[in-house]
Design a binder for this molecule. Structure first.
Ligand code: SAH
Length: 249
């Protein structure tokens, strides 16, 4: 694919378990229109399919070059900023961005060479709560009250349009930092380690979780720790694990 088409290297549009090949093609077209070309498909139901290529028109290359992966974790592993799109309010509210704020943030992150993942859900059921909990931010496209769920490719169009607009720049968004931000794979390892440790010290009861891990995920994603901060947190957990072993042996 030619580099001129990609104005946002490192920014991935991630479509999760898409049912209709036409939506994949239409999403690819929406992306290329707005200068994005990195498409990731998580377990697509029907891919490859000529219908996607037809609907993409001159963005057939985006469809053909799409990366196909088997899990959301794999799709976002290297992403330092993960944003999920959702038509509905969820029970534990998450930090929200308007489409415009999302566009400015993503454009600024791309400018600072950060890897970004934008997650779009299933036509039938959207994103699962566990997928939304992997995000730093959620974005909702405001709609009329009667019908809040956009067609998947239309949602991709609105979000990518705002990213291209956001490239015009907004100096108030600070994304420069002295260390690279932790990616989703490092955060996932940290969350597993944190949960194991909290169980070990009897703080967390797996049989009565009371949304503890959801709240802790939200807390740490809100902070957006850098790689060194996550190493320090892991070091603290290791110290607790060692002490616990010593005391209980
Ligand atoms: N019926 C599903 C919506 C699926 S629409 C539900 O109730 O959750 C398919 C995808 O398009 C969604 O997962 C989301 O990624 C995107 N989308 C649709 N409408 C949206 C909106 N108003 N705001 C943000 N994303 C939206």
């Amino acid at each position: 694919m030619s580099d001129v088409a990609n104005l946002f290297p490192g920014v991935k549009v991630i479509l999760i378990e898409t049912s209709h090949p036409g939506n994949i093609g239409a999403a690819a077209r929406a992306m290329k229109n707005m200068g994005l070309t990195e498409l990731v498909l998580v377990n697509p139901h029907d891919y490859p399919n000529q219908k996607s290529i037809f609907r993409a028109v001159s963005a057939g290359d985006v469809v053909r070059d799409a990366q196909v992966v088997g899990s959301v974790d794999e799709a976002i592993a290297d992403c330092q900023l993960v944003i999920g799109t959702s038509a509905r309010d969820r029970r534990v509210p998450w930090p929200m961005l308007s489409p415009r704020e999302c566009g400015v943030r993503v454009a600024a992150a791309a400018e600072a060479s950060q890897k970004v993942g934008l997650m779009f859900g299933r036509e039938s059921r959207g994103l699962k709560n566990e997928e939304l909990q992997k995000c730093h931010y959620h974005v909702n496209i405001p709609t009329g009250e009667a019908y809040s769920s956009l067609n998947l490719a239309m949602a991709v169009q609105v979000i990518t349009y705002e990213i291209l607009q956001g490239k015009q720049g907004n100096p108030e968004v600070q994304v420069e930092w002295d260390r690279p931000f932790a990616d989703a794979a490092a955060m996932e390892h940290f969350f597993v380690h944190l949960e194991e440790t909290l169980i070990q010290v009897d703080f967390h009861d797996e049989d009565n979780p009371r949304r503890l891990m959801t709240r802790l995920r939200r807390l740490f994603n809100r902070i957006q720790p850098d790689q060194m901060e996550v190493q320090i947190l892991r070091g603290i957990l290791n110290a607790i694990n060692r002490l616990h072993k010593r005391i209980s042996s």
